[in-house]
Structure formats: structure tokens, C-alpha cells
Design a protein around this ligand. Structure first.
Ligand SMILES: Cc1ncc(COP(=O)(O)O)c(C=O)c1O
Length: 211
């Protein structure tokens, strides 16, 4: 007969106490009380009718945040890395050409992820702290004809906020998806998707944006 030889850990028999800390980095960050309280709501199933209303309200909030009427707006709960993987893995097939702008670690990270799924990764590289002109981006798009172009809006490793004006239109011109990483910029600076031309068109081109 088997017997339990490992007792329940005493530390887990006490209530969890987490101290309040002020956090001023790009993340983790302090969470407003309203959000913490929302997390204390009951768990319901993904097929309960109420969840559809909640998901739809969240979608409206994201559309407001990014100032977009794009109907394909959805929340993926997870870390920034999970959003990067989700966007890249769902948009790129092995063997396809991808272009990544590297001006810090997030461009490098996106290039590594894309390489791992067997895509043909091309990069435009500038030293940390630098940025790319639209002419440089267009030259690379026309040379490599990628299915997806990655750019970090807020490159948190260097503090560079990359201009986005005109790049959406260039991606439309070259029929390429535009993947924008706004993990570190969202909420800190405006990101008006529709005004910037970061919208879907009827062919392949559209914008995949995560924050
Ligand atoms: C620009 C940028 N992209 C992606 C990430 C990854 O986010 P996470 O740490 O939540 O995985 C970070 C995190 O600092 C970031 O600054």
C-alpha cells in the first residue's frame, strides 16, 4: 500500500502576502485597482453567453486604444513574447521571406523567432539607438519582397520611438503584412492605426499589431 511521504508544504498553508512596490520600468508595472478588482470576478466558461459580451467590450476598448475600426481586433492574454510568437507563427510559413528591422534587441528577437520556424529572414540593421528612413525600408521591401515586415515601435532596449508615418502605405504597396511591436509604447504615446494607414486591404496586406 502506498503512503504519502511528502507532506503538504507549510508555506502554502498560509495566506499569500505580496507587498506593494512602485515599479517605473517598461514592465512589470503597477496595476490599477479597477483592473485588480476585475481579476477577482468569478471564472466562467468560454461558451457561457456572458463571455461573448465581455470579449466584445474588450474588443471595443482595444479598438479605442489603437483608434481603429478594424474588425479583426482581438485580445490574446499572455506576455509580450507570447504575442510576438502568436503574430509571427500565424502569419509566416516556412520558406517565406520576412524582413526584420533591427535597431535593438526586439528586432533581433523577432528575427530569431522567425528563423526558428524556417522562414527566410532578411534584416536591415542599424546600431542601437538608430532608426530607419522610409527610403531605406522601401529599398529593403522591394529587394526582399517579404510576406511580413517587423518593426518595434518602442524599442525599449534603447528608448527609441520609431516613426511609423508612411510605412503602412509602403507595406500595402509591396503586399506585405506589417507587424508592429508596441509593447513598450502603447499607452505612453498615441498610436492611431487607421490614420497611419495601418488597416487591412482586400489582398494580403494588413497590419498585425500587438502591445
Ligand atoms: C518592445 C518589447 N517587445 C516585447 C517585449 C516582451 O514582453 P514580455 O516581457 O511581456 O514577454 C518587451 C518587454 O520588455 C518589450 O519591451
Amino acid at each position: 500500500m502506498s503512503s504519502v511521504s511528502i507532506p503538504p508544504p507549510k508555506c502554502l498553508l498560509k495566506s499569500l502576502v505580496v507587498p506593494y512596490r512602485h515599479m517605473f520600468g517598461p514592465g512589470p508595472s503597477n496595476v490599477p485597482l479597477r483592473i485588480l478588482e476585475a481579476g477577482a470576478n468569478p471564472v466562467i466558461g468560454h461558451m457561457h453567453p456572458e463571455i461573448f459580451k465581455i470579449m466584445s467590450d474588450i474588443k471595443s476598448g482595444i479598438q479605442y486604444m489603437f483608434q481603429t475600426q478594424n474588425n479583426m481586433t482581438l485580445a490574446v492574454s499572455g506576455t509580450g513574447h507570447s504575442a510576438m510568437e502568436c503574430a509571427i507563427f500565424n502569419a509566416v510559413e516556412p520558406g517565406e521571406s520576412v524582413l526584420t528591422a533591427v535597431n535593438g534587441i526586439w528586432g533581433e528577437r523577432a528575427a530569431e523567432m522567425t528563423e526558428r520556424i524556417g522562414a527566410r529572414v532578411n534584416t536591415i540593421v542599424t546600431p542601437p539607438g538608430g532608426f530607419f528612413t522610409n527610403a531605406e525600408i522601401e529599398q529593403a521591401l522591394s529587394k526582399h519582397r517579404p510576406v511580413l515586415f517587423f518593426l518595434a515601435h518602442g524599442e525599449s532596449s534603447t528608448g527609441v520611438l520609431h516613426p511609423l508615418e508612411g510605412i503602412g502605405q509602403l507595406c500595402h504597396k509591396y503586399n506585405c503584412l506589417f507587424l508592429v511591436d508596441s509593447v513598450a509604447s502603447c499607452g505612453g504615446t498615441p498610436l492611431y492605426m487607421d490614420q497611419l494607414g495601418l488597416i487591412s486591404n482586400p489582398t494580403r496586406s494588413s497590419t498585425v499589431l500587438y502591445s
